[in-house]
Design a binder for this molecule. Sequence first.
Ligand code: ZN
Length: 369
Amino acid sequence: MSPMIRADHVGSLKRSQQLIEAHQAHDQGKLPDAELRALEDREIEACIRMQKEVDIDVLSDGELRRGGWTGDFVYAVDGFERGTPPVQLRWANRDLAQTAQAQIITKPLKQRRRFTRTEADFLRPRADRPWKVTLPAASYLVSRGYKPGVTDKVYANRSEALAAVAAILRGEIKALVEEGVDYVQIDNPHYPDYLMESVQSQWRALGIDPTQALADDIAADNASVADLHRDKITVAMHFCRGNGGSAYWHSEGSYEPIAEQCFGALDFDRFLLEYDTERAGGFEPLRFVPRNKTVVLGLISTKVSTMESPDLVQRRIEEAARYLPLEALALSPQCGFSSTLLGNDISPDQERTKLALVVEVARKVWGKA
Ligand SMILES: [Zn+2]
C-alpha cells in the first residue's frame, strides 16, 4: 500500500469547452489525432497543476483523453457491438425509453492494444505524489454486455464472459504495475444494481439468478486484481450510482443488502462509496468492512455547485466512525466531475473549491500523512 491517502477523488475532471468540441470534431473525422492529443496534453498539464495546488493526495489525468469514464476498453478489445442493453436502468429524471445503448458482447473478446498506457505514460513523469488510473469493472462490462440469445452463442454463460473480461483487465493492470502506477481504481456502477428490485426482476426474466450473479461478479472482479504485489500498489473499487450529468443517477438505497458480501469478499484495499445524499442510506453497512480495508466516504457532491459546510462534512465522518475506525476512513467527492464528455453542471472554479474542501477537511480530521 502507498502512503495513506486521506484526501482522495474519483478521477474524472471537467473538460474545457474547447476540448469537448475537439473530441466531437475528432469523432467526426474533422480533427487529426495529433491535434487532439496536443490539446489533451496541455489540458492535462493544467489539471495536474491544479490538483497539486489544492494538495489532493492522489493525482489523476482527469480522464481528459476519454470520451466517457469507461475509456478505451471496448475500442481496444474486439468483440463488442452497440445494441439495446439486456436490462433497462431507470435513470432519474430521464425517460426509460431514452436509456443509452450498451456495448454488447457479440464475438470472442480479443485485446488488440493497451487501453491505459498513453494515460499512464503521460502522468507518471509529472507525478510528485501517488497517481491513479481508473478502469471499468469486469462485472460492469458483463452486466451491460452479456445478452442472453446473443452473447451465449459466444460464451456459454455469464461466468465464462466474466472470466474473459477479467483476464484482459488483469493483463492491463499487471502492465500498469510494471509501469509504476501507485493506485488502480476499478469503477463499478453495477453492484448498486443489486439494490434495485426493478433491475433484478429483469435479470430473472432473462434467466439470470441475482444471487449466483453476485457471487460470479465478485469472483471475476477479484480475478482482475489477483496476484498483485499489494505492498507496491493500492487497489480500489468505486461503487457508482450513476453520474450522467448533474441531474441523472440510476441507483438508490442503503448498501445494506450487498454490504456483507461485497465488502467482505471483494479483495480490494479501498472502497469509494457515494454518500452525498440520503439516496445512499446510512453508515451502518460499514460494520461489514474488514479492518484491513479503507472506506473513502464520498460526502462532497460533484452534482451540485453548492459548497458543503466543512463542519457538517466532519460531523458525517465522525458518524461513520461509529462503524469503522477513523484510521480506516478517507474522504472524497461521491463521484467524478465528468463521467461523460460534457460532465456535470459545475464550473472549473467550483470543481477546484470542492477538491480544496476535501483536502481541508481531511487535514483537519487526519492531519497530513
Ligand atoms: Zn460514481
